[in-house]
Design a protein around this ligand. Structure first.
Ligand SMILES: Cc1cc2nc3c(=O)[nH]c(=O)nc-3n(C[C@H](O)[C@H](O)[C@H](O)COP(=O)(O)O)c2cc1C
Length: 180
C-alpha cells in the first residue's frame, strides 16, 4: 500500500501533526511494508491557482513550483491522508491552496484511490467548530472524483493538547490500523 500524507497545519509538531503521526504508526503496525510519503505544505512552494483554465485546455498547469514533484506522488498513492486544523471554521489556507491545484488533473488520475481526513479544532463543541465545513468539502471532492472517503477523525484540543490526549492518540492509531 502506498500512502501519501498531506499536513495542512503550519505547525510541524502541533496537534494535527501528532494525530497524523499516530495514524501513520497505526498503518505501519498493520502493514510494515506500507510505503509512506509525507508532504508538509507549509514548507512547500505551492502557488495559488490563478484560474486561467489552461489545465482544462492543454491538460497541464502552467504554474511551475513544487506541485511538479507532488503530482507524481499523488498519482502513485493508493491512499491520500489529508490532515488539517480548523482555521476560521474551515481548512487551512495551505490545504485549500493545495486542493485548488488538483483542479489541473483529471478524474482518471484519482482512479481507485481512497481518502482519509484528520482534523483538530479548538472549540469544545464539534458542531460550532466549523469542522463539518471541511468534512463536507472532502465528501464533495470524493464524490466528484469517484474516490472513496474512508475515514474521518475530528479531535477537539479544548481540554488537552493532542500530545497529552491518550484517548485521541489511541483513536488515531487504531484508525490507521483499520485502513490496511
Ligand atoms: C488562525 C486560527 C483560527 C482558528 N479557528 C478555529 C475555528 O474556527 N474553530 C475551532 O474550533 N478552532 C479554531 N482554531 C483552533 C485550532 O483549530 C486548534 O488549536 C488546532 O488544534 C491547532 O492545530 P495545530 O496545533 O496543528 O496547529 C483556530 C486557530 C488558529 C491559529
Amino acid at each position: 500500500m502506498n500512502v501519501l500524507t498531506i499536513l495542512g497545519s503550519p505547525r510541524s509538531k502541533g496537534n494535527t501533526a501528532h494525530i497524523l503521526n499516530q495514524f501513520v504508526l497505526g498503518i505501519q503496525h498493520a502493514d510494515s511494508e506500507a510505503e509512506i510519503n509525507h508532504i508538509f505544505l507549509q514548507n512547500k512552494n505551492i502557488k495559488n491557482c490563478i484560474g486561467c483554465n489552461s489545465c482544462q485546455r492543454v491538460g497541464a498547469c502552467v504554474l511551475q513550483d513544487d506541485m511538479n514533484d507532488i503530482y507524481p506522488l499523488i498519482k502513485n498513492a493508493d491512499v491520500l491522508v489529508l490532515a488539517t486544523p480548523v482555521f476560521v471554521f474551515n481548512m487551512t489556507a495551505q490545504l485549500k491552496g493545495f486542493l485548488d491545484r488538483l483542479y489541473a488533473v483529471d478524474k482518471e488520475f484519482f482512479k481507485e484511490k481512497r481518502i482519509v481526513l484528520l482534523t483538530t479544532y479548538g472549540d469544545s463543541n464539534e458542531a460550532s467548530s466549523g469542522v463539518q465545513n471541511i468534512v463536507n468539502t472532502i465528501r464533495l471532492i470524493s464524490e466528484m472524483l469517484s474516490i472513496q472517503f474512508v475515514q474521518n477523525i475530528n479531535i477537539s484540543t479544548y481540554d488537552l493538547q493532542c500530545y497529552e490526549n491518550e484517548k485521541a492518540l489511541n483513536k488515531a492509531f487504531e484508525s490507521g490500523k483499520k485502513l490496511v
